[in-house]
Design a binder for this molecule. Sequence first.
Ligand SMILES: O=P(O)(O)OC[C@H]1O[C@H](OP(=O)(O)OP(=O)(O)O)[C@H](O)[C@@H]1O
Ligand SMILES: O=c1cc[nH]c(=O)[nH]1
Ligand SMILES: [Mg+2]
Length: 208
Amino acid sequence: MKIVEVKHPLVRHKIGLLRAADISTKHFRELAREIGSLLTYEATTDLPLESITITGWNGPVAIEQIQGKKVTVVPILRAGLGMMDGVLEHLPSARISVVGIYRDEDTLQPVPYFHKLAPKIEQRLAIVVDPMLATGGSMIATIDLLKQQGCQHIKALVLVAAPEGIAALASAHPDIELYTAAIDQQLNKQGYILPGLGDAGDKLFGTK
Ligand SMILES: O=P(O)(O)OC[C@H]1O[C@H](OP(=O)(O)OP(=O)(O)O)[C@H](O)[C@@H]1O
Ligand SMILES: O=c1cc[nH]c(=O)[nH]1
Ligand SMILES: [Mg+2]
């Protein structure tokens, strides 16, 4: 599995701000969206371009545009919604494929409860977004679902990844690419990432 821990100073700065215990809901949301945008910039460096000729101010001019491959953004509910607008800043025409999965607090197993995928998903690049890759169970279940529907080209964008989650994801889906703003130290006994961000969904939605 290709793993990219983005080292850009803007990303390093913003992920540091996200770790503050007293961060406001507003600031957490802003930073999650902004880092989502910066990760998208990194994750799209290999999108193929094609040349076309258009009419410019002084006649025909050759320009480059991203080739026809369609994109779907896949937020994993709830917390993935916090990164979705950052992706759409760069890919405003992308279809959205919503996947609802929560992690059972006791077993740490992913529990699917909803999905509504974009049409022709087998022809699309899927950019899956979720702030936290902890055990990896939620991301693996989402990618299982996308592949069952025929999706072949998948990139995952997360804010913080635990080594345990990276290993599990690489074992289950070695063909995908993972972009993360930080690889942290470990999981605690409750399956939370250390030093991590705490509960990203609760921080984004103000539910605690
Ligand atoms: O890698 P895992 O061990 O599966 O854990 C990570 C998952 O846990 C969190 O979601 P949560 O279950 O809290 O749902 P929420 O987004 O609705 O808060 C997070 O947003 C991931 O989806
Ligand atoms: O650290 C973690 C792990 C799972 N889910 C979160 O929101 N945070
Ligand atoms: Mg949560």
